[in-house]
Design a protein around this ligand. Structure first.
Ligand code: FAD
Length: 483
């Protein structure tokens, strides 16, 4: 085999050269395949959810276990190769893949092992939310996660993780008991409240900055098979009044109730009258996870607002609701996101969002308003790396389109709405919703926790091997001259 050149870790404009014998030795040490461009599995490994990202790594390791991860991390560190780590491949920023470097692809490691007696579940880092939900719900249990079942559990957990059960059960990280982590020196560490507790603190929100997780261990929570859930659809014309009532009712809601809003052009859903297909609407998405008859009463006021075009809220299996939005979030489209947290949803922010929805640049673009609080807000901000524990509304401007020709126009629309609402925002931002061009927001995203994260990074990854992420720079300690 001939030599391979890889992007250098020390200088991204340089290349390092590795002999064919060295690559063969790595290949022999692995259980999973090592793929070069053109090999089977190479395209699958480099293709991620956001079609804006089209990068060609020089080499891919498709890990099958912790040993493969250790070998790959050591190889990257020893040879100074630029490294990317891929879980479910969903992150908007596209950090899961690098151009010209070494890609450590974890997507084949998808096992989920439930221990019903201890109510714990061990999850491998390539597992998707659907894998986790299907396994745990077979035992009447759940781990709180996100709203799109094809999202990877790894990236979601490392950033914090929230969805339909977060107000009742907390963030995904609030159910994380432990993890196995391969650090930059190629060691596998168990991290939990007692062992390597600094690292355990850091990976609960700090992203992929500290190592590669090979197993997550979660606490499971009992969950009824059905949730009261569905959508209520309104004309966009009534959105300003609706949202003023929504913010009041959402803020006062019981922990069991989660109510999010999406404003977009109506998809051709079978329960919507045809004349509404393609017109701007406000979609209220509701989920009550608790006693169903109590839930009917709890959602009545929200469902009674305005004059809806359609209301399809009813009991349904939790796993069905968890995948209800999958058809609108399929891979392969071009995507760009901008996000703000809001302590309060001001009239001006509401009006700016509604005005932007009147000028959507492409049919699949949308503005999402999520409401977070309940159990997740009863954890102190310094308890985990994820800092924004106050009840808050989160806006995600989700721009989604098909052709590269529309990039500029669509991205400009998202940035304009982001700028128009900036004065009303809390300043924090969810790292998992940040696009690639927001490196300057990372410190703000972690707020008071950034300094500690940066110290831990310095201790465990001083060379910043794990840098293709929302990067936390290793702390720099001033060297004082003596004499
Ligand atoms: P990847 O792109 O594979 O990974 C993201 C990054 O995480 C990688 O670049 C790497 O730095 C790091 N990483 C991945 N695996 C590991 C590992 N094992 N060890 C160390 N580092 C690792 N988030 C929510 O909280 N709630 C939601 O409801 C929600 N909905 C979403 C819906 C859609 C359609 C999309 C695209 C995203 C959504 N997200 C949501 C955001 C989601 O949490 C992030 O995109 C997350 O990063 C996805 O994880 P992944 O493993 O699929 O991503």
């Amino acid at each position: 085999m001939t030599t391979i050149t890889l992007k250098s870790l020390a200088n991204e404009n340089d290349r390092i050269t590795v002999s064919g014998a060295t690559v063969d030795a790595l290949r022999q040490s692995l259980r999973g395949p090592l793929c070069l461009p053109g090999d089977p599995g190479y395209e699958e490994a480099r293709t991620i959810w956001n079609a804006m990202i089209d990068r060609r790594p020089a080499m891919v390791v498709r890990a099958l276990g912790a040993a493969d991860v250790i070998q790959t991390v050591r190889f990257a560190a020893d040879h100074g190769a630029f490294l990317a780590v891929r879980g479910g491949g969903h992150n908007i920023a596209g950090h899961a893949v690098c151009e010209g470097g070494l890609l450590l692809d974890l997507s084949l490691m998808r096992s989920v092992h439930v221990d019903p007696s201890s109510k714990r579940v061990r999850v491998e880092p390539g597992a998707l939310l659907a894998d986790l939900d299907k396994e745990t719900m077979a035992f009447g249990c759940v781990v709180p996660s996100g709203i799109n079942s094809t999202t990877g559990i790894a990236g979601l957990t490392l950033g914090g993780g929230f969805g339909w059960t977060t107000r009742k059960l907390g963030l995904t990280i609030d159910s994380l008991l432990a993890a196995d982590l391969v650090t930059a020196d190629g060691k596998l560490l168990r991290v939990n409240g007692n062992e390597n507790s600094n690292l355990f603190w850091a990976i609960r929100g700090g992203g992929g900055n500290f190592g590669v997780v090979t197993s997550f261990f979660f606490r499971m929570h009992p969950m009824a098979p059905a949730v009261l859930s569905g959508v209520v659809v309104h004309p966009l014309e009534t959105a300003p009044d609706f949202l003023r009532d929504y913010r009041r009712l959402a803020a006062a809601a019981a922990d069991e109730l989660t109510a999010w809003v999406v404003m977009r052009k109506a998809p051709p859903l079978p329960f919507l009258p045809q004349e509404w297909h393609g017109r701007e609407v406000l979609i209220l998405a509701l989920c009550w996870c608790g006693d169903l008859s109590q839930g009917e009463r709890a959602v009545a006021e929200l469902r009674g607002l305005g004059r809806p075009i359609a209301d399809v809220v009813a009991p349904q299996p939790f796993t069905a609701w968890q995948s209800a939005f999958d058809p609108m979030l399929t891979p392969g489209a071009r995507n760009y996101w901008k996000s703000h947290d809001f302590a309060e949803l001001s009239d001006d922010a509401i009006d700016a969002m509604v005005a932007a929805v009147r000028t959507l640049p492409a049919p699949d673009c949308e503005v999402l308003i999520a409401h977070l609080g309940g159990a997740m807000s009863r954890v102190p901000p310094e308890a985990t790396a994820y800092p924004q524990r106050n009840p808050h509304f989160l806006m995600n401007v989700h721009t989604r389109w098909q052709k590269a020709d529309d990039d500029e126009h669509c991205i400009a629309w998202a940035r304009n709405l982001f700028a128009a609402t900036a004065d009303h925002a809390a300043g924090s931002v969810y790292v998992n919703f940040m696009p690639e061009d927001e490196a300057d927001r990372v410190a703000m995203a972690y707020g008071p926790n950034y300094r500690r994260l940066s110290e831990i990074k310095r201790h465990y990854d001083p060379q910043n091997l794990f840098r293709l992420n929302q990067n936390i720079a290793p702390a720099v300690h001033e060297v004082r001259a003596t004499g």
